[in-house]
Design a protein around this ligand. Sequence first.
Ligand code: 13P
Length: 252
Amino acid sequence: MNKKIIIANLKLNGNLKYIKKYIKKLNKYINSKIYKIFIAPPILYLYFSNLIINNKNIKLVSQNIDKNFSGSYTGEISGKMLKDINTKYVIIGHSERKKYHKENNKTILKKIIATKKSNLIPIICIGENIEEYNKKKSKNICKKQIQYIIKNNNIKILKNTIIAYEPIWAIGTGKNADINHINKIHKYIIKYISSINKNIIKKIKIIYGGSINDKNICNIITNKYVDGLLIGKSSWKIKNFTKLLNIINNLK
Ligand code: 13P
């Protein structure tokens, strides 16, 4: 069985002392046969995190990337710089970046291209808002977000990527999508991409994010269409995150 991907998205939380404590604790969880641990600390702490991770089993994820490689772009960080400090993955198109930084399909595609050219792996976030969910448009919205990438580039760009289905209404709200809905959307994404290219889909992982907690994790992570989880709030306190890891470890 492929190991499930468990990503801690620390968002804008933590400090040097805390990240050190956090990674030290995680080092005890790296030998699971069921999952691989990924950590997305604030970008500022990636370099330090790389220095103290004592095993390649914890993968470093950047929460952002710039679409440019170098030049006059004050405040930005390039894929090559991320690669330089051993980052392996980049979260792209997170709904918080769309909301607070006005990132759109065009920016997202440019960032995916920059990530790929830097030999990093994109974690591409897609998902519908509450109105779209209520109008039963979830499938269509997810399709459109993927379709933009394919139409304006090439399906091959999706090879060796991770797609994170993160319904916007489930992020940070305490209201996760139920497993039937997640199952339906993940299957639909597989069907849609397979209808264009049967081989690429085998090289794509589809994970879920949105209000994962100790009550719902079992049900979601054991679903065969869920390759992993992108976890926000429940990963911020190491005590809560290791609780989730322990739950997975104890699955039969
Ligand atoms: P929550 O787990 O806090 O809902 O956040 C999910 C998320 O945004 C992960 O990227």
